[in-house]
Design a protein around this ligand. Structure first.
Ligand code: 8YV
Length: 303
């Protein structure tokens, strides 16, 4: 008997937790060659790559369902040209990612992780930390996640400033059009902008210099937005006070230099990684696919 389930390609980055529910609905493939003419759907994660060549090689492709909000690896123009839907999982991860940004900032300023390590090693007398309250918080990116971070930072902060593609007059925070000027005016620079070619290495040596020796960089967005070599150099020479990093240029590789630094707090790309958030993300991926294959509009399509 012919299997009635449509064929779906899992691309690297698709979470393992999705496999069982997807397998109930689809015949799963891991290599496009396995069923190139039959594959009607792709499932992947926020950092997955679905480029023009892959799309061109799948003539029956109808939908790309992403478990995440990042889509810098998806060729949206190629998808649009073939009328292929692209869906993300917005909103359900916003609070978790924003929470982690604040946790990283407070952990860096209050030496939480390094003090924990020292105490476990038998220490007690810790060096003084930096005050977290009363800082000027600069947000690079003011989308849903940037706004959620700003709302959380507000009660602590002296001022919230931001740089984004355009000013958002409805928001109460100060817009600066230039990233270097934002870094100059901020004590803490939080990266919450989309990744991809447009923002690659936007946080470079000059921006880090502007943030300065008392400045702290937090990145919960994408590793390549920050020039990691320049970041390491700035931290090594005391040109920056510290950093809290959930993302890295070449994940899962984390430079040895960062691993050795007490002034940085490192996290293995965990922004959306709560049980609640991941359950909602998985449910939304399935809801998007189910709607599409019922002939309805997927609830969170961007294309
Ligand atoms: C996830 C992410 O780590 O939303 C994104 O773009 O980077 C994260 O939420 C990833 O998508 C897990 O599949």
């Amino acid at each position: 008997m012919v299997d009635p389930r449509p064929d779906l390609l899992l691309v690297p980055g698709a979470p393992a937790t999705l496999e069982a529910p997807l397998a109930e609905r689809f015949v799963l493939h891991r290599r496009p060659e396995a069923a190139a003419d039959a594959i009607r759907a792709i499932a992947g994660g926020g950092s997955s790559v679905v480029d023009a060549a892959l799309i061109a090689g799948l003539p029956a492709l109808e939908i790309i369902a992403i478990h995440g909000v990042g889509h810098e690896g998806i060729d949206l123009a190629a998808a649009r040209a073939r009328n292929i839907r692209v869906t993300l999982t917005p909103d359900v991860l916003t609070d978790d990612v924003a929470d982690l940004a604040i946790a990283l900032w407070l952990s860096v300023h209050r030496r939480l992780v390094v003090n924990d390590r020292a105490l476990r090693a038998g220490g007690w007398n810790a060096p003084l930390a930096r005050r977290a309250s009363g800082r000027r918080i600069g947000l690079f990116g003011m989308g849903h996640i940037g706004q959620a971070i700003a709302r959380r930072a507000q009660p602590f902060a002296a001022e919230i400033l931001y740089t984004s593609r355009a000013a958002k007059p409805d928001l109460p925070w100060r817009f600066l059009p230039d990233l270097r000027a934002l870094a100059q005016a901020s004590d803490v620079l939080i990266v919450a902008v989309a990744g991809g070619a447009a923002t690659r290495h936007a946080v470079d040596a000059a921006v880090l210099d502007a943030l300065g020796p008392e400045g702290v960089l937090i990145n919960i967005a994408r590793g390549p937005i920050v020039d990691e070599a320049a970041l390491i150099a700035a931290l090594e020479r005391g040109g920056l006070a510290g950093a809290g990093l959930d993302v890295f240029e070449d994940e899962p590789r984390v430079p040895k230099a960062l691993l050795a630094m007490d002034q940085v707090v490192l996290s293995p790309h965990q922004g959306s990684a709560t049980r609640e958030g991941r359950a909602q993300m998985a449910a939304l991926v399935l809801a998007n696919l189910d709607a599409h294959f019922r002939g309805e509009a997927p609830p969170s399509a961007i294309v």
